[in-house]
Design a protein around this ligand. Structure first.
Ligand code: FES
Length: 156
């Protein structure tokens, strides 16, 4: 076995070890969102936007594009932990395709936790950060429906 094969084998074993550790704590759904986050992006000139700092000091940004009263696209960014990526990914899937009212009725910390099969106690605040950021982005969208000129002064 040459040196390159040795390095590749080491990387594979390391990855498998990391996954094994994750499987002990997180559901397959949660791991899938962690490894393949949906909608992890920003949107130009969003119709709804929020940036929230969680209790841990990490932040999440949420971007919404709304057409004909429905959320056409969602995007999120975060400098937070893996569970925050899981929750941001799930919350964007929850809101996409819904009306403002439907999204507001659906998005909650408990719904995120239900979908991901729970999170460790020390990461429950990550789910709260994702739901709070989405709800504020929805509120921002609603506000700018009434006051569209305000978008010019919004910092994204
Ligand atoms: Fe800060 Fe998860 S968002 S630890």
């Amino acid at each position: 076995m040459d040196e390159r094969d040795e390095v590749e084998r080491f990387q594979r074993e390391l990855q498998e070890q990391i996954l094994e550790d994750l499987r002990r704590t997180y559901s397959p759904v949660a791991i899938d969102h962690w490894m393949h986050p949906r909608n992890f992006r920003s949107l130009e000139d969003p119709d709804g936007y929020a940036r929230v700092q969680g209790s841990c000091g990490d932040t999440m940004e949420m971007f919404l594009r709304v057409r004909d009263g429905r959320i056409l696209e969602c995007g999120f960014q975060t400098d937070g932990c893996g569970p925050t990526i899981i929750c941001g990914s799930v919350v964007t899937e929850l809101a996409a395709g819904k009306t403002f009212v439907e999204a507001l009725a659906t998005v909650s910390t408990s719904e995120i936790l239900r979908i991901v099969g729970g999170l460790p106690e020390s990461h429950l605040h990550c789910a709260r950060l994702a739901s709070e950021t989405m709800r504020r982005a929805l509120a921002d969208y609603q506000y700018h429906q009434q006051a569209p000129w305000g978008k010019k002064y919004r910092k994204t």
